[in-house]
Write a protein that binds this ligand. Structure first.
Ligand code: P6P
Length: 335
């Protein structure tokens, strides 16, 4: 439902970010330079994703990454592409990836490397072989000015509220980038003919009447009792008709929630007692976008953006959705 009409200007993401930054006194254009590294990388990644079946890139590489999961070749390509596009921008000091146990510290950027970029290069990669939409998720922090670069952790383990910008690219029926720098959520669609992300929706707000819940009900017997009670209520006559939508790809499930409302849940389970999703490069960027779109993102007890990370691959439960629905889930959870 792009609200683009013939008399509207064609705005690329670079233009939008520069215009947005001009509203901030002292903006240096550094963020737009950094983001152009991400847009370049995701244009390359989307090309490889769409060719995957043809390039015999499908299938696992047979090696395991730090997550202990089978690494799909596209994961490796996406990770290396982001590292190569971001690592030479001059203003990136360190990069943290779901694929790497340790952060990559960019050498010889000196004091210039003021930004910390965290990303899940290809989230939901187990869906690649069955052609389910997958995504790249990114989060941008500033290095803490008063702490020496030699110790990376204090610059990385910052609460989500410190994010400068965050977003994702969804490689779906079209390639869309959803992005915020704290001034609203904006959606850009890639026009492959010209290789540019073009603004298609601005200042997106989550609809308030979402009647959809998105959860892997196969684990429901080991969910916290309050979550089970919410799911029982949502199926009841009194609730008035909900539907379940679950793709199993976080970016796809969140993108639907952003545009249609409702709630996405990944509660603690017996298998993942602290939830499955990663705080730094999955829950935090998603939570920043959700709040900028008028929604709520919580771990069941506290606001995701206020959680103090203790390790870079730390997991968290996640409830994210339109305000009323997320509050309803939390009211059951708290019981
Ligand atoms: P489950 C994909 O592997 C992922 O990390 C997210 O994209 C997705 O939301 C979740 O895991 C799905 O997990 O346990 O339902 O298969």
């Amino acid at each position: 439902t792009a609200n683009v009409s013939p008399d509207r200007p064609i705005v690329t993401i670079q233009q939008h970010i520069i215009e947005g930054q001009q509203r901030y006194p002292g903006a240096t254009g550094e963020l737009s330079w950094l983001l152009s590294g991400i847009t370049l990388a995701t244009k390359i990644i989307q090309d490889r994703v769409r060719q995957a079946g043809l390039l015999d890139v499908l299938g696992a590489t047979g090696t395991n990454n730090v997550q202990g999961e089978m690494v799909q070749k596209l994961d490796v390509i996406a990770n290396e592409t982001l590292m190569r596009c971001l690592g030479y921008r001059g203003n990136v000091g360190m990069m943290i990836s779901e694929e790497d146990a340790e952060p990559r510290i960019v050498q010889d950027v000196g004091e210039e490397g003021r930004y910390v970029v965290l990303f899940d290069p290809l989230d939901g990669s187990s869906n690649i072989d069955v052609n389910v939409p997958i995504g790249t998720i990114f989060s941008i922090l500033r290095r803490k000015p008063d702490i020496d670069r030699s110790d990376a952790m204090p610059h990385i383990l910052q609460a989500g509220i410190q994010q400068v910008a965050a977003g994702y690219v969804l490689y779906g029926s079209s390639t869309v980038m959803v992005y915020t720098a704290g001034d609203g959520v904006h959606i850009f669609t890639l026009d492959p003919a010209i290789g540019a992300y073009v603004l298609t929706q601005e200042n997106v707000q989550m609809p308030e009447n979402g009647r959809t819940y998105s959860v892997n009900e196969a684990y429901s017997l080991t969910f916290p009792r309050g979550v089970q009670k919410y799911l029982e209520w949502a199926k009841s006559e009194e609730a008035g008709g909900y539907s379940l939508r679950y793709v199993g790809s976080l970016v796809s499930d969140f993108h639907r929630t952003l545009l249609r409302g409702g709630v996405f849940l990944y509660p603690p389970t017996q298998k993942d007692q602290f939830g499955k999703l990663r705080l730094l490069y999955e829950a935090n960027p998603i939570a920043f976008l959700a709040e900028q779109a008028g929604g709520i993102a919580s771990d069941g007890r506290q606001r995701i953006l206020e959680k103090q990370p203790r390790s870079i691959h730390e997991r968290t439960p996640l409830i994210v959705g339109n305000r009323d629905e997320a509050k309803r889930v939390l009211s059951f959870w708290g019981e």
